[in-house]
Design a protein. Structure first.
Lengths: 479, 102
């Protein structure tokens, strides 16, 4: 319990980048220099990532800042993933019309990133609540950023109403947890929740409502499709990856650290929610006509798959879930990046508009193929190993029925992912010469998409470093 | 002294009224009001638990103050989003904002 600056090094570095943006914004008024904002944000976040990796690595888990944050590998692994995701999102922001040349957008992105980092590290209820709101509030604004766009304002509006209501429910749960245990600290709390009683089940329900909203589990998912469709595509990419992974990090830490004794209780609730999310997400995705909505339902299903790792609640499960979230962040950012690049030129994200895309933009179509196959769980991409790990963990822990549901759902997933690829590769634009309608890719998009594609392939082939990171993260939770 | 359970019943009722408001009302402003009631229920809980627990541990009070501050900023952002919707669509009724469904 000391002033350990290394424990919050990534947050400090993000704050420095945010202050630089605020200071430099007035000096970069002319149109040609506005792109500097995006480069500064992306470069600053990348520098923060590298610096943290070099000097900010944790050793044994310790508490810092009066027990507010826990400095361990679990938090560190998630923080690095969030820094990476935000840097990539900043690159996608640069080409988003009426978003990329606004300093506020980058500032909100950085504020949300600080919040997500603290969510991953928080080990005290007060910090936890504060971190969740620090993530949510900038995200509401980013989702509704396009003031002159009906869909975007509606997306922000719906996201905010759902978010405010569920965070109040979550907070009521936290207040009861505090009341019954007499402490706000997660580690000391565990000795108070040793027996099952109706009240602890009720409290668990309240907490699951709040976290279920963040990771968009059925039945708290209603905001997700509308918000993803209406929000600017790059923002939707961040919402579906980093913001969801942050919610999952809280879920892991809260349930494994604070309620290990009553896990029979929450495991069953979470298992049912996971099964519902996978099934409903995949089935409704089958009927979607809009690609962003399809990815929204697919992301609901993926939240279900990742949750299988939490349900297993053993070491392999935690390794699997960290691996899953890393692979998922890479994959889904790539998918949304391609949609953003395509939508910038064509102005639509209906699935039928993707007819003949492989001839209009062969490299974009290839990135999309890699991303969608990884989402479907095909080797040699990251999504395959991630799925194997979480399902293996669930079998190890005896949740056979859940794995059966998961595997059947993966097959459903393959169908709709490949249907989209059918439009991209097999269909032609009727009566048009596709080569004459190319889709240009700008430099920031090119950098981001190349990094993501290489990442997806690496996560699926070079298994070692990612898995050892996941193992360190998992072990740091059971010390 | 009034027993702790009275405060908990009060806050549970306040929370239930707020939740009912959130679920039943269609007007965005009314929904935000319901959220405020729920947050106030939380604050009653926190302060009561602090008062009837270990007085030297300040966590409950600190938590309540932070909830105040965050609730204020959340409502500020919420109302500004409501205004941005009102300017485009001339309504703040949640049912009428159905540009996107299924």
């Amino acid at each position: 319990m000391s002033l350990n600056f290394l424990a919050i090094l990534p947050e400090i570095l993000i704050l420095i980048v945010a202050i630089l943006i605020l200071i430099l914004d007035p000096f970069w008024k002319d149109e040609s220099r506005r792109t500097n904002l995006g480069w500064l944000t992306a470069g600053g976040l990348a520098a923060a990532l590298i610096l943290s990796l070099l000097i900010g690595r944790p050793s044994d888990p310790t508490f810092a800042w009066g027990g507010m944050v826990r400095f361990d590998w679990l938090a560190f692994a998630f923080k690095m993933a969030f820094l990476f995701a935000s840097a990539i999102t900043a690159l996608f922001f640069m080409d988003a019309e009426r978003l990329g040349n606004r300093a506020e957008a980058y500032l909100l992105l950085l504020a949300a990133t600080i919040g997500m980092n603290l969510m991953a590290a928080a080990s005290d209820l007060v910090m936890l609540y504060l971190a969740i709101e620090t993530t949510s509030i900038p995200m509401y604004v980013l989702a509704g950023f396009m003031l002159d766009d009906n869909k975007s304002t509606e997306a922000g509006f719906k996201y905010m109403l759902f978010g405010a209501a569920t965070s109040a429910i979550f907070l009521y749960g936290l207040s009861l947890v505090y009341g019954f245990s007499g402490t706000t600290h997660l580690e000391t709390m565990r000795s108070y929740f040793t027996t099952l009683n109706p009240i602890s089940v009720g409290v668990l329900f309240l907490l699951i409502v709040g976290l279920g909203f963040k990771v968009s589990l059925v039945p708290f998912h209603f905001w997700a499709p509308d918000t993803y469709e209406g929000a600017p595509t790059s923002v939707a990419g961040l919402l579906s990856t980093a913001s969801k992974a942050a919610g999952m990090a809280v879920l892991i830490r809260l349930f494994i650290t604070a309620f290990p004794q009553v896990h029979g209780n929450w495991q069953l609730i979470l298992a049912i929610l996971a099964a519902l999310s996978m099934t409903l997400g995949n089935l409704v995705a089958l009927t979607q006509k809009n690609l962003k909505r399809l990815l929204a339902y697919s992301s609901i299903a993926h939240a279900g798959y990742a949750l299988v790792g939490v349900v297993a609640a053993n070491q392999l499960g935690l390794e699997g879930i960290v691996y899953y979230l890393i692979a998922y962040i890479l994959t889904n950012l790539a998918a949304f990046g391609v949609i953003a690049a395509f939508g910038r030129v064509t102005g639509t994200d209906e699935i039928r508009a993707f007819d003949g895309m492989s001839r209009r933009a062969p490299s974009l179509a290839l990135v999309m193929l890699v991303a969608f196959l990884s989402l479907a769980g095909m080797p040699p991409f990251g999504g395959f190993i991630a799925k194997v790990l979480v399902f293996a963990a669930a079998i190890q822990a005896g949740w056979i029925w859940l794995v059966v549901v998961g595997v059947i759902n993966s097959v459903v997933g393959v169908y709709y992912y490949l249907t989209v690829m059918k439009y991209v590769y097999l269909y032609r634009l009727e009566g048009e010469n596709e080569e004459a309608l190319p889709i240009p890719v700008t430099r920031p998009q090119l950098i981001a998409l190349v990094v993501l594609t290489v990442g997806i392939v690496l996560a699926g082939t070079v298994f070692g470093p990612w898995f050892s990171l996941s193992t360190k993260a998992a072990l740091s939770l059971f010390f | 002294m009034i027993p702790l359970s009275w405060y908990l019943y009060l806050s549970a009722m306040l929370f239930a009224i707020g939740l009912y408001g959130v679920l039943a009302r269609k007007n965005a402003i009314a929904i935000l009001l319901g959220v405020e009631l729920m947050l106030n229920a939380v604050n009653i809980n926190l302060v009561a638990f602090w008062r009837y627990g270990d007085l030297a541990q300040m966590a409950g009070q600190v938590f309540a103050i932070i909830v105040f501050a965050v609730a204020a900023s959340e409502v500020a952002v919420g109302l500004s989003l409501v205004i941005s919707v009102y300017r485009r669509r001339n309504t703040v009724v949640a049912n009428e904002l159905d540009l996107m469904k299924w």
